[in-house]
Ligand binder design. Structure first.
Ligand SMILES: *Cc1c(COP(=O)(O)O)cnc(C)c1O
Length: 387
């Protein structure tokens, strides 16, 4: 069967797919339909936290598939309850809404901020300040929240109430909050799709302090940065701030679709029956798998993330053909002299999977990638970049 030809004929062309069809995987090794092996530094875009087909996750998921794959949110299920409890215990947040994706987690965050502000301040205070160069999803509202014009072309009209601040200037955020009587600020600690740019501590703390002092909600989008990716359970934990709302997805499901919107003190009790919902959100199989992922993101694993990150930064910084290396933990962007696409294509031919973010090559390896595989893959990447 020609997978690529059938896909090209029948699947909407929203992706510039690479000419590879993966059929199997084990940890950080992937296999394509011709039996070729690859070392994976992309993890399906920060999803396969412990690599492909992680046995502990697989066991949790298959056990739940055999017991009860779906019940709907009209009823209680144990995996959903247990996962929400674990998320709250580990973050200090108070309640969790589950959806199926990052965009849905952010939709829930946006609705929660609006609901909170409407409840406390009435209709006039509804604007949310987001950052230029951000990415918050592909639904119409999360596209509106995304501070990049390229995503806005041809899809209007968009919902009102989003303005975009300079991610390097906290005073610009404050100015926009004041000018627009904003109810919330929303940001990624490391702008992922925007090109792997970490915000500075000073910027984040200044905005967080201002928001707290003026009863403006702080929403942190941890869809990509979260779940151990940046070296702490959630990246905000490294910034010394306490967000009011945290959204996450990608890695939390470990390979199944799951999004979570964590609500802090201020917004925890605002949603009541009928105000928000999802048919599949909190699905028992996805939640059982997520519990097995989250419960293993501990200090030992995070120390390993830092060790691997240090290795990659040391290898690539100043290497031939590398202009700059940015990022945090195992979320790394590499600006090369060559176009990113050329580097990615050449790496694929040599059996290494890497991603892009704007003009950069982006690495999002498994948090537990064995050092020997990582060393091999980085050697290939360096060779390709230097050629
Ligand atoms: C990927 C991503 C999203 C969107 O997540 P989906 O699961 O694709 O809807 C939102 N925010 C950030 C920061 C992301 O990286």
């Amino acid at each position: 069967m020609d997978i690529k030809a059938i896909d090209n004929e029948y699947v909407a062309h929203t992706y510039a797919r690479f000419p590879v069809a993966f059929v199997g995987g084990q940890g950080s090794a992937l296999t394509d339909d011709a039996g070729r092996e690859y070392i994976d530094l992309g993890t399906g875009i920060a999803v396969n936290v412990f690599g492909a087909a992680d046995p502990i996750w697989q066991e949790a998921v298959t056990r739940q598939i055999a017991a009860l794959p779906h019940a709907s949110n009209l009823y209680y299920t144990e995996p959903c309850a247990k996962l929400a409890q674990l998320l709250c215990e580990r973050t200090g947040m108070k309640k969790v809404f589950f959806g199926n994706s990052g965009a849905e987690a952010n939709e829930c965050a946006i609705k929660a901020a609006r609901l909170w502000s409407f409840t406390h301040y009435g209709e006039s205070r509804k604007t949310i300040v987001t950052l230029k160069n951000s990415f918050h999803g592909r639904t119409i509202a999360t596209l509106a929240a995304t501070g990049q014009d390229v995503f806005h072309e041809k899809f209007g009209p968009f919902p009102e109430g989003f303005v975009y601040a300079d991610p390097t200037d906290a005073q610009d955020v404050i100015r926009l909050i004041e000018e627009n009587n904003a109810c919330a600020v929303m940001m990624e600690m490391v702008q992922g799709e925007g090109g792997v740019y970490p915000l500075t501590k000073e910027f984040v703390q200044t905005v967080a302090d201002y928001a707290a002092a003026h009863d403006v909600l702080l929403i942190v989008d941890e869809v990509q940065t979260g779940n151990g990716r940046c070296g702490s359970l959630y990246a905000y934990m490294d910034y010394g701030i306490t967000p009011d709302i945290v959204s996450t997805a990608k890695g939390i499901g470990g390979g199944l679709p799951l999004g979570a919107c964590m609500l802090g003190e201020k917004t925890a009790d605002l949603y009541v029956p009928g105000t928000h919902g999802s048919t599949f959100g909190g699905n028992p199989v996805a939640c059982a798998g997520a519990y097995s992922i989250l419960s293993r993101i501990d200090d030992a694993l995070l120390a390993g993330v830092k060790e691997r990150a240090d290795y990659i930064f040391a290898e690539l910084s100043g290497a031939k053909g590398v202009k700059s290396v940015s990022g945090k933990g195992l979320m790394i962007g590499i600006e090369c002299e060559k176009p990113a696409r050329e580097v990615i294509d050449a790496c694929l031919k040599k059996g290494v999977v890497v991603l892009s973010a704007k003009t950069k090559v982006r690495l999002l390896p498994a948090l537990n990638i064995p050092m020997d595989q990582l060393k091999k893959a980085i050697a290939v990447l360096k060779e390709v970049i230097a050629e």
